[in-house]
Design a protein around this ligand. Structure first.
Ligand SMILES: [Ca+2]
Length: 478
């Protein structure tokens, strides 16, 4: 059977099989340590690469998807990659608020994209800054979705959020809608200076006429493409950081978020490459689905190129051995699975995110089945920085997992948005309050990774125990 003949379900099941029989023994063998943090006097740096809407399974180690991210693979070979990383809430503003605050969805202060991050609520950025770190960020911060005021230099609220320096730009659509008359954010201001603002606005207007099927290239040259502008900002920030202090940098790439705009050169990356069809997708033709998936992958391959650039820069500066590099995303993208696009829903392509961490003391080439949430990154940053985590934060540091001292991390993972909640125990995922698929849904992610079969009526005991967990956690977090 050729790869082309395989259905998406076939290849995913094959990936699960390979994961179970090939990856696990590899994971069990602990690789050599790349250095012990206790032997070093200097506190580590953190480079946190955080694109928008990268789903968990669109990664080079998933055999069913021909996405090419060689630098992410290289990073995984130097550290730990996680099979079960969830966002605490699959929507931009709540997800990033959970990360910033280190709190679960109910307590992060942001219910949806119509709310700003409470300015008096602490962030781990501020805690790092207060403890001597030079804290930087660039790309779309998404901490003020309700008040789209970035400042043309992108510095409107960055000090209040806890950053030392940075450039906050709007998301893809917001840039065009807010900057239609004149630039409101630093990216549109940049395009204005380059004489490209109107061309970009016109491109997005045309793109909106075709909706999800718009896959044609942008008229922008490579160096004016937003993710490349964000990547260059990141590089400039690394180079401008004070040399006498440890630093943290979060790079919030705007891709691979819809729309699927790519440059002319990026459009060549996946020419002729086939992709599996969506699981239960509708409306688009098979050819259109493949075309969308090529663009989504091209955006990721371009981000991956920046991972390589950052690693080269750190190596050149002699900082690679003392820097944790973390790659993840705020949430996933349905890509027409179950006939859905975007995120906000409880399915794995929406709530699952990739996660790779490599740095001083992390084991090498480890594939971890530990259950982890983005809020655990908050705890991990603070832990490695030697900063005490406040008791009202909910994250659990991944340090023991990263250093090979334990394989188990959490017993349960949670996620939620507005009325629905889910809990996952490592095999079964219970979803409540998502009426599109029935009020109570239970999926066996080992036997049914695509979540096509609700087995709630066959496992009433599991539904009962996981329901009790949701009720208990919601009660505690009100
Ligand atoms: Ca987002």
């Amino acid at each position: 059977m050729s790869k082309k003949d395989l259905t998406r379900r076939d290849v995913l099941q094959r990936a699960v099989w390979l994961g179970a029989f090939l990856v696990a023994p590899h994971a069990a063998s602990c690789g050599p340590e790349s250095g012990s943090i206790s032997n070093r006097s200097a506190r580590p740096n953190f480079l946190f690469i955080f694109p928008d809407q990268h789903r968990f399974d669109w990664v080079p180690w998933n055999l069913s998807v021909p996405v090419r991210m060689p630098n992410l693979e290289e990073l995984a070979s130097r550290g730990v990659r996680f099979n079960w990383a969830f966002t605490p809430s699959p929507l931009c503003a709540p997800a990033r608020a959970c990360l910033a605050s280190g709190r679960e969805y109910e307590r992060c202060g942001v219910r949806n994209n119509a709310q700003d991050y409470p300015i008096d609520q602490t962030t781990f950025y501020k805690l790092l800054r207060d403890n001597g770190y030079w804290v930087m960020g660039c790309g779309k911060f998404d901490l003020h979705k309700a008040s789209p005021i970035w400042g043309l230099d992108g510095k409107n609220l960055i000090k209040e959020w806890g950053f030392s320096d940075g450039i906050d730009n709007s998301g893809k659509q917001d840039a065009v809608s807010s900057g239609r008359d004149k630039p409101k954010d630093p990216y549109m201001a940049f395009l204005e200076r380059r004489g490209l603002r109107q061309a970009h606005i016109e491109d997005y207007r045309r793109r909106s006429q075709y909706g999800k099927s718009a896959v044609f290239p942008t008229p922008l040259p490579d160096d004016a493409y937003c993710d490349n502008w964000v990547g260059q900002n990141a590089l400039n920030l690394i180079r401008s950081a004070p040399k006498d202090r440890p630093w943290f940098l979060q790079v919030n790439f705007v891709g691979p978020h819809y729309p699927w705009d790519i440059t002319e050169s990026m459009s060549k990356l996946y020419e002729g490459i086939d992709f599996p069809q969506p699981n239960g997708g509708d409306k688009l033709t098979p050819e259109q689905n493949v075309a969308v998936r090529r663009n989504y992958s091209a955006i990721l391959t371009n981000i991956d190129r920046w991972i390589g650039t950052f690693v080269d820069e750190l190596r050149r500066r002699g900082q690679l051995e003392n820097t944790y590099i973390i790659y993840s995303s705020d949430h996933g993208e349905m890509l027409n699975d179950h006939g859905l696009w975007g995120k906000s829903v409880p399915y794995q392509p929406s709530v699952g995110v990739p996660l790779v961490i490599a740095g001083p003391g992390t084991k090498k080439s480890i594939v971890s089945d530990a259950l982890t949430s983005l809020i655990d990154l908050t705890a991990t940053f603070l832990d490695y920085a030697g900063v005490h985590q406040p008791s009202d934060m909910d994250g659990i540091s991944l340090r023991s997992v990263l250093e090979g001292k334990t394989r188990k991390h959490r017993n349960y993972l949670r996620s939620g948005l507005e009325q629905w909640r889910l809990v996952f125990d490592g095999r079964y995922k219970l979803v409540k309050g998502y009426p599109e698929r029935g009020d109570v849904c239970l999926y066996d992610l080992v036997k049914d990774p695509l979540e096509n079969h609700n087995v709630a009526t066959q496992h009433k005991d599991i539904v009962e125990s996981l329901s009790a967990y949701i009720v208990r956690e919601q009660g505690e977090n009100k």
